[in-house]
Design a binder for this molecule. Structure first.
Ligand code: NAD
Ligand code: MG
Length: 403
C-alpha cells in the first residue's frame, strides 16, 4: 500500500515576527517543519533581524512598515539569492494577513497598530492566533462579530486567556450560564513592583519597570505589567473573548505564574491550567489545536516550586486596574480611549519624559476629557484612538519632567 498523501503544511503568517511573541512562534514552527511553514513575516523597521529570519524560514513574503527599511531588506535578500518578496507599508500587513494562501495568522504586533491586520485576518476567515490584546480592547464587539460572520477560528495566545480557553468546555458557545460557568479567575504575577510602596515608585527607571520577575517580553507590555494595566487590558480581553460580564472576572495575584488562569463552575469546580511561564506553550497549543505538540518547554516541576500563593490585587497602588474595569463598564469608546492614553503614557515613560506614577494620572485625565464617541465601525474606533492620543499628549506635556 502506498503511503497516504501527507497533510498539507499549515502556512503561517507571523505579524510582528521580530518581537518576543514572534520569535517564540518561529521557535515552535522550526520544531515542526512537517506541519508548518512560514508564509509571511512582518516587522516595523528591524531590517537585520528580519533578514536573518527570511534566510532561515524562506517565507513567500516579508513586510516592513518602513519603506526605506523595506528597500534595504529587498536589496540584501536579492544579493543573498533569496526568493522572498519584500512588501512595504501598513497596507501590506493587511494584504498578507488576508492572503488567500495563508491558513493561520499570528497577530503579534504590539499596540493599536496591530488592529487592522488582525481584523483583516478575522474577516478573511483565517485561524487567528491573537496575542495583540489591544485589538480586542479597541474593537472587541466588531472583532467578535467579524469572527462570527466569517467563520474564522479565534485562538487566544495571551497565557491567561489561553488557559481559560483550555479550562472551558470544548466548543464553548460564549454563553457562560448555559455552560455552568460562574467566574473567570485571571491570575496576575503582580509584576516587578508587587511589594513596593506607592511612594517608592515615583522614580523607578524604565529598565527597572521592564525587569519582570517571571516573563521576558517586549518593553511596552513589560511596563503594562508593572502598572498592572496589562491585567486591566486582559480583563477587557476576557470579557470579549468569553462573553463574561466584568463582575464575573476576578483578578487573583499569584506571584509564581504557574497557574495561568482558572474557570469556576456552578457546581463549585475550579479548573486551572498550569505550566512553566513560557509563551511557547500557548503558541504551540493554538498552532496545533486540537492536537498537542512539543513546544520545547521544560516540564513543570511541582516539587521545585513547592508552593503556590494567592493575594488580592491592590487597586490603590495599581490604579490602572481600576481604570480598566471602569472603562469596560462604561462601554462605548472608553476602552479605546484608555488604550490610546496608556500607549502614549507608556511611550513617554520609556522615553523618560514622565515618571512611572504619572501613567495612571495621564490615562484618568484623558478619559475625563474625551467626549463620547461612537465606535460602531472601524473608522470611528480609529478616530476615537487618534483623538484620545492628542488629549493624552497634552496631558503628558503638562506633566513632563524637564531634562
Ligand atoms: P515586541 O515589542 O517584542 O514586538 C512587537 C512586534 O511588533 C515587533 O516585531 C515589531 O516590529 C512589530 N511592530 C511594532 N510596532 C509596529 C507597528 N506600528 N506596525 C507594525 N509592526 C509593528 O512585543 P511582544 O512582547 O512580542 O508583544 C506583542 C503583542 O503580544 C502585544 O500586544 C502584547 O501585549 C502581546 N503579548 C505578549 C506577551 C509576551 O510574552 N511578550 C504575552 C502576552 C501577550
Ligand atoms: Mg497575559
Amino acid at each position: 500500500m502506498p503511503d497516504p498523501t501527507p497533510p498539507r503544511l499549515q502556512r503561517v503568517t507571523v505579524l510582528g515576527a521580530t518581537g518576543s511573541i514572534g520569535m517564540s512562534t518561529l521557535d515552535v514552527l522550526a520544531r515542526h517543519p512537517d506541519r508548518f511553514e512560514a508564509f509571511a513575516l512582518t516587522a516595523q523597521v528591524q531590517v537585520e533581524r528580519l533578514f536573518e529570519l527570511c534566510l532561515r524560514f524562506s517565507p513567500r513574503f516579508a513586510v516592513l512598515v518602513d519603506s526605506a527599511a523595506a528597500s534595504d531588506l529587498r536589496q540584501r535578500l536579492k544579493a543573498a539569492g533569496s526568493a522572498t518578496e519584500v512588501l512595504a507599508g501598513a497596507g501590506a500587513l493587511v494584504e498578507v494577513a488576508a492572503h488567500p494562501d495563508t491558513d493561520a495568522v499570528m497577530a503579534a504586533i504590539v499596540g493599536a497598530a496591530g488592529l487592522a491586520p488582525a481584523l483583516a485576518a478575522a474577516r478573511a476567515g483565517k485561524r487567528v492566533l491573537l496575542a495583540n490584546k489591544e485589538a480586542l480592547v479597541l474593537s472587541g464587539r466588531l472583532f467578535m462579530q467579524a469572527v462570527a460572520a466569517s467563520g474564522a477560528q479565534l485562538l487566544p495566545i495571551d497565557s491567561e486567556h489561553n488557559a481559560v480557553f483550555q479550562a472551558l468546555p470544548q466548543g464553548y458557545t460564549r454563553d457562560p450560564q448555559r455552560c455552568g460557568v460562574r467566574r473567570i479567575l485571571l491570575t496576575a504575577s503582580g509584576g516587578p513592583f508587587r511589594e513596593r510602596s506607592l511612594e517608592s515608585l515615583a522614580n523607578v527607571t524604565p529598565d527597572e519597570a521592564c525587569a519582570h520577575p517571571n516573563w521576558v517580553m517586549g518593553r511596552k507590555i513589560s511596563v503594562d505589567s508593572a502598572t498592572m494595566m496589562n491585567k486591566g487590558l486582559e480583563v477587557i480581553e476576557a470579557h470579549w473573548l468569553f462573553a463574561v460580564p466584568p463582575e464575573a472576572i476576578e483578578v487573583v495575584v499569584h506571584p509564581q505564574s504557574v497557574i495561568h488562569s482558572m474557570v469556576e463552575y456552578a457546581d463549585g469546580s475550579v479548573l486551572a491550567q498550569l505550566g512553566n511561564p513560557d509563551m511557547r506553550t500557548p503558541i504551540a497549543h493554538a498552532l496545533a489545536y486540537p492536537e498537542r505538540i512539543d513546544a520545547g518547554v521544560r516540564p513543570l516541576d511541582l516539587f521545585e516550586i513547592g508552593r503556590l500563593n494567592f493575594e488580592r490585587p491592590d487597586f490603590v497602588r495599581f490604579p490602572c486596574l481600576a481604570l480598566a474595569y471602569d472603562a469596560l463598564r462604561e462601554g462605548g469608546a472608553a476602552a479605546a480611549v484608555l488604550n490610546a492614553a496608556n500607549e502614549e503614557a507608556v511611550a513617554a515613560f520609556l522615553d523618560r519624559r514622565v515618571g512611572f506614577t504619572r501613567i495612571p494620572d495621564i490615562i484618568a485625565a484623558t478619559l475625563e476629557r474625551a467626549c463620547d464617541l461612537s465606535v460602531d465601525c472601524i473608522e470611528a474606533i480609529l478616530d476615537a484612538d487618534a483623538r484620545a492620543r492628542e488629549i493624552a499628549r497634552s496631558e503628558i506635556l503638562a506633566r513632563q519632567t524637564t531634562p
